[in-house]
Write a protein that binds this ligand. Sequence first.
Ligand code: ATP
Ligand code: MG
Length: 745
Amino acid sequence: MATRVSPGTASGLRIGVLTGGGDAQGMNAALRAVVRTCLTAGAQPYAIAEGYQGMIDGGDAIRPFAWEDASGILNRGGTVIGTFRSRQFMTHEGMLAAAANLVTRGIDRLVVIGGDGSLTGLNEFARQWGALLDELAGGGTITPEQRDAHPRLIFAGLAGSIDNDLVGTDMTIGVDSALHRIQDAIDAIASTAASHQRCFVVEVMGRDCGYLALATAVSGGCDYVLLPELPPEPGWEQAMCDQLRRSRLAGRKDSIVILAEGATTRDGQPISAESVRATIEASLGEEARVTILGHVQRGGTPSAYDRWASTLLGYEAAAYVLSASGEEPGPVFGFHGERVVRLPLVQAVSDTRSVPDLVRSGERDRILDLRGNEFRDLVRIFQELSDPARTQAAPTDKRVAVMHVGALSPGMNTAAKTAVWLGISRGLTMVGVRDGFIGLAGGDMSELTWKDVDGWNQEGGAVLGTRRHVPEVEELYAISRALESGQISGLLVIGGWNAYEAVQVLDAERSRYPGLQIPIVCVPAGIDNNLPGTATSVGADAALNLVVDCIDKVKMSASASQRCFVIETMGKDCGYLALMGGLAGGAEQVYLNETSITLDGLREDVEWVKRSFDDHGRSFFLAVRNENAHPDYTTDVLANLFDAEGQGRYDTRTLIIGHIQQGGPPTPADRLLATRLTDAAMARLAEQISQGAAEVSCVGSVGNEIRLTGIREAMEGTDRSHQRPIDQWWLDLKPVLDCVNREMA
Ligand code: ATP
Ligand code: MG
C-alpha cells in the first residue's frame, strides 16, 4: 500500500533531489514525483543540477523547484537536471563544500536517483555529515545554530540504471525502456536475418549485469546468449556453433546471438562481438553480422512502466524523507513485482558490488540468488527453449492441447509458442486448438511442431484464433468427446475472463464427462488486467503503452491552444488501464468504475479546472475515463459538462481509444511474463499428467513470484458481477496520481 502524504504536513522542510551516474529513462518521472510530493506536503524541493557537482558548485545549481518546473518532462528520456560524474565529490573538500551549500540553504534531506556509485556517495556523505558540519561550524562557514538545526542528513536512494544491476530490486529505473529499444531492434533484425538466412551477433549494454541480454534473448526468441554473470565453459564456441546449426536443421531461418558488453570467458577474458562473429563465420561458413546497439538503449521516450513505476518510487522516496528521523540506516527503494520495497542501501550496494568477485570465483548459485527469481527462471527457461536438441524429444503418448479463449491480447502467441516448445522439450506432443471452445467442440485441432510456432514470439494477435464463447452445459458432451478422440491428457487455456469462466464450467461438470477429467491450467492473458490469481496479466503492458502513447500525442496536438481532453480506455468494469494510463501519462483526473462518478466529484473537478486555468496559467486538462466508469456519465456527457462550464476558457475534445488497445505486438514485459507463466503452467500439467492427477488451476504472478492457485479458490477472490478481483493492488496508486498530477488549487 502506498504511503499517504497529507497536504501541508511537512511545511518548513527543504529537500534536495539530484540525478547521478549514467542517465536512464524514467529519471524525470522520479524527479517530478519527488518535487510534487514535497510540494503537496508543503515542503520546498530543490533540484540540484549536474549531480553531486552541482551540490559542490552551489549558486544556481541548487534551485528551488515549483510545480511547473516539473511540467512537461514525464515523457522525456534522460534527465532534465543533468548528471555528472564528479571526482571532486569523492574528496573531503568536495563534500565539505557540498555540505556547506546544503546547510546554508536549510536543506538536510536528499533524494538521489542514480547507480551504485551515486548511492555509495550518498551513504558516505550522510555518514560524514556530522563531522563535516562540525568542521564548517569550527571554521565559521556556518553558525553553531545552523549546525545544531541539522544534526543528520536524511536520505533515500532510487536505483536509476538501465543495467538492472542493483541487487534486491526486480527493476531499476530505465530498464524497461531499454528493453523496448532493444526489442524493436531485435524484431527488425530478425526479419532481415530470416530473409537472408543470416546470423546476427547483437551486443547490448550490461557491464556486470546480464539482465538486458538475458531478457532480450528470451523475449526475442534468440539462439544463444553470453552473460557477464555466467561465463561459458571452455569450448563454448563449438557448443554455440553446434546449437546454431541444429536450430537451422530444425527449421529456423535466422540465428541471433545476444552478447552483454561485459561478457567474459571463464578466465576473465572479454568476449567481443567481433570474435563471436568470426567464430560463427568460420564454423558455419555463412555470413554473420554484428550490431552494437550502444546508446540508443538509453535514449527515447520512457515506457509506460518506467513512467508509473518511477513516479511511484519518487513518491515513496519523498514520503520517506519527509517523515524519517534519520536514526535508521538510509534506504533505497525498489520493486518486488508490482510492490514497492524498501531495502537497506548499504547492503544492496555491497551485494551489487560483490557480483564480479563471485563471478571470478565461479559461485554461480550465489550469483543467481542475488539476481533474484526472475533472472533465475529466465536462465533456466532460456536454456531449455534454445536447445534445439530438444526440438524432437522422444514423443510420449501424452498429448497436451493449447487454446485461446476471450478477447484478443498481445502476448497470446508468445504464450502458445512457449507452451509448444517447452512441451516438446518435456516429451509431450502439443496440439493446437483453433477458435476456442467452438473449435474444440468441433474437433478443430492439430499437432503443432517446433517449427510451426517459431517466430510467434513477437507477433500480436493470436494465430490459433480466439473466441469469447463460454460453453453451455449442453456443449460439454461434444467437448469431452473431442478431447477423448484427440487423446488429450492436459489442457492449457490462455485467455481472459471468459477463459476462467469456461474452465469453471468444465470443472463443475467434469464428473459426468470422462474427457474433462484431465488437468487444466489457465494462463492470464487480457489487456484489462482483471484476472484472478495474478497481479498482472499478459497483454496489459502493451495496452498500457498504447494508452500512454495516445496521451502523448493528444498532448502534442493540444500544445498550441487551450484544451480540455477526455480520453476513454477499454477495461470494461476494471479501471486498470485508465488509472495506470492516467498516472503514467500525467492526467489530472481519472474516472473508474471502482470509484464511480458523482455529481459532487464532478463539480469539484470543474471548479478545479476553472481555477487552474484562471490562476495557474494552465492550458491543458486531461481526464482519462474507463469505458464502464458510469452508465450515465459517459465520455460525451463529461466532455459536454467540462465544455459548458469552461465558458470559453478552452475547447473540449474526446478520444475513445478503442480496439487498437488489443492489437500490436507484445511488449518485452508481456513476453517475459507470458514465458514465465507458461513455463509454470506446463510444469504443472506435466506433473499432473505423470501423477495421474487432474486438478484445474490458474497461474499468476504476485510480487514477482509465479504461483498456481486452484480455479475455485482463485474465483472466490473475484467480484463476479464486475468481472475483476476484489483486491486490486493498483487502486492504491490513486492518491499518488492525485498528489503528483494534480496541483492543489
Ligand atoms: P552508473 O549506473 O552509470 O554506473 P553510478 O551512479 O554508479 O551510475 P558512478 O560514476 O559510479 O555512477 O557514480 C556517480 C558519482 O557518485 C561519482 O561521480 C561520484 O561523484 C559519486 N560517488 C561514487 N562513489 C563515491 C564514493 N565512494 N564517495 C563519494 N562519492 C562517490
Ligand atoms: Mg555504477
